[in-house]
Ligand binder design. Structure first.
Ligand code: CUA
Length: 129
């Protein structure tokens, strides 16, 4: 990318070669920041996402921080306006509030090889018991 060109959602860089040892990507997963607010640290790879299932109460806000450990992937979150390119070396950030319960699929929408079709996960939003 040329000087000054920024991807939407771009929020810094990280070396994909040392991802497993670089915070926060050394511990992908779901973290509660405060009441009703979550941070999801996610790694996209050929062919899947870590984590690939997230569960939050209705009304929660999730802040995503996503990178790729290999090649270019996508992150399209159904039922929202989230549509990100996930590039190795680049951190993408986006946040969304889930006001309605349901299962929201996310999937890769950048062709990334034979396993592309199988690259998806889900967010389960449910009313507190
Ligand atoms: Cu990853 Cu398509």
């Amino acid at each position: 990318f040329g000087l000054g060109i920024q991807l939407p959602g771009a929020a810094g860089t990280v070396d994909p070669a040392t991802l497993a040892k670089t915070a926060p990507f050394d511990k992908p997963g779901q973290y509660e920041l405060s009441d009703g607010k979550y941070q999801v640290i996610m790694i996209a790879y050929a062919w899947g996402y870590l984590p690939n299932e997230i569960r939050v109460p209705t009304g929660s806000q999730i802040k995503f921080k996503i990178t790729s450990r290999d090649i270019t992937h996508g992150f399209l979150l159904e039922g929202t306006n989230i549509n990100l390119m996930i590039l190795p070396g680049q951190i993408s950030e986006e946040k969304v509030t889930f006001t309605k319960p349901g299962t929201y699929l996310f999937l890769c929408h950048e062709y990334c090889g034979v396993g592309h079709q199988a690259m998806f996960g889900k967010i389960i939003v449910e009313d507190p018991k």
